[in-house]
Design a binder for this molecule. Structure first.
Ligand SMILES: Nc1nc2c(ncn2[C@@H]2O[C@H](COP(=O)(O)OP(=O)(O)O)[C@@H](O)[C@H]2O)c(=O)[nH]1
Ligand SMILES: [Mg+2]
Ligand SMILES: [Zn+2]
Length: 286
């Protein structure tokens, strides 16, 4: 039988199969040595003497460390129009980190009911014209596209505190809130919750119990990989005069050309250059 791990508490694993049936399972001893199982892992399991036993962890498409989740399909970047202010620096950096993990970024703009500036509206529209999916939400309405985007996928939410992540999830599934509170209380009491990873069922999708990508750390990304993590760059990545063009000052650069023609937003390009310099400085130091 095949299923996905949705929860790990100590040595107990909760599995969810395609038909949304849950199973309590244990791990066959020898697997433990090969790979540390994580929420999100697909497994093969069998019923042995009345217990479900995980036999095999199937290969992963990716693996996040914080939260510890495997096979993540998408990361929802939650960003409010204001309170806290919309930040393209943050969106662009998160997109790079998410793309580098082979995960699809989606931008969710919250608090669209607030009275925010035209400048911010233009920034949002710039993303809407670009190559990542953008959805907008407001206090009273719930854009049905959010439920749609989460369905049949594993998602992590990311974004500063106060942008409305909990609010979004509570609107989709009121039980989510209760569940997360229970978790933190249990952890606070310092019970034997050595490892607690969980994916919550939200609508017909799965969402990680903690936000991902909280630190903006680029130390694992090489300078020649960076441009490939920017969806708005991708259509122009072939064709630079030099194979090893990093789109900084090289002649015959298609990325710079696209930016000069207005096909790539100047802001997007400038954020790329800023992160590129961070990566280059690190290289020079070691
Ligand atoms: N006006 C407005 N306020 C919102 C919206 N979404 C969330 N908030 C408020 O923003 C604050 C922070 O929301 P919360 O969900 O706790 O943010 P989190 O820290 O990202 O989980 C709360 O006071 C919410 O009521 C929205 O769409 N419109
Ligand atoms: Mg919250
Ligand atoms: Zn180039």
């Amino acid at each position: 039988m095949k299923a996905r791990i949705i929860k790990i508490v100590s040595k107990e694993y909760t599995l969810l199969d395609e038909d949304m049936n849950k199973y309590d399972a244990i791990l066959m001893g020898k697997i433990r040595l090969q790979i540390v199982p994580s929420a999100g892992d697909f497994v093969e399991f069998e019923e042995i003497d009345g217990r479900y036993v995980i036999q095999k962890i199937l290969p992963r498409s990716n693996k996040l460390i914080r939260p510890s989740v495997a096979n993540v399909d998408q990361a929802i970047i939650v960003m409010s129009t204001k309170d806290p202010d919309f930040s393209i620096n943050l969106v662009d950096r998160l997109v790079m980190l998410i793309m580098h993990e082979n995960i699809k970024p989606v931008l969710c703009v919250t608090k669209c009911d607030l009275d925010y500036s035209d400048e911010i509206e233009e920034m949002i529209q710039e993303y809407e014209r670009g190559n990542i999916q953008v959805i907008r939400t407001a206090k009273t309405s719930l854009d049905p596209s959010l439920a749609e985007i989460l369905s049949n996928r594993v998602s992590v939410l990311t974004g500063q505190s106060g942008v409305g992540k909990s609010t979004l999830l509570n609107k989709l599934n009121p039980e989510f809130h209760l569940a997360t509170q229970k978790t933190s209380k249990a952890l606070g009491r310092g019970k034997h919750t050595t490892r607690h990873n969980e994916l919550f069922i939200v609508g017909s999708g799965l969402v990680a119990d903690t936000p991902g990508f909280s630190s903006l750390d680029f130390s694992h990304i090489e300078k020649d990989e960076l441009a490939h993590t920017i969806p708005d760059f991708i259509p122009y990545l072939t064709g630079c005069r030099f194979n090893d063009c990093i789109h900084e000052n090289e002649p015959g650069c298609k990325i710079k050309e696209a930016m000069e023609k207005g096909l790539i937003p100047v802001n997007r390009y400038n954020n790329y250059i800023e992160v590129l310099r961070v990566i280059k400085n690190r290289r020079e130091k070691y």
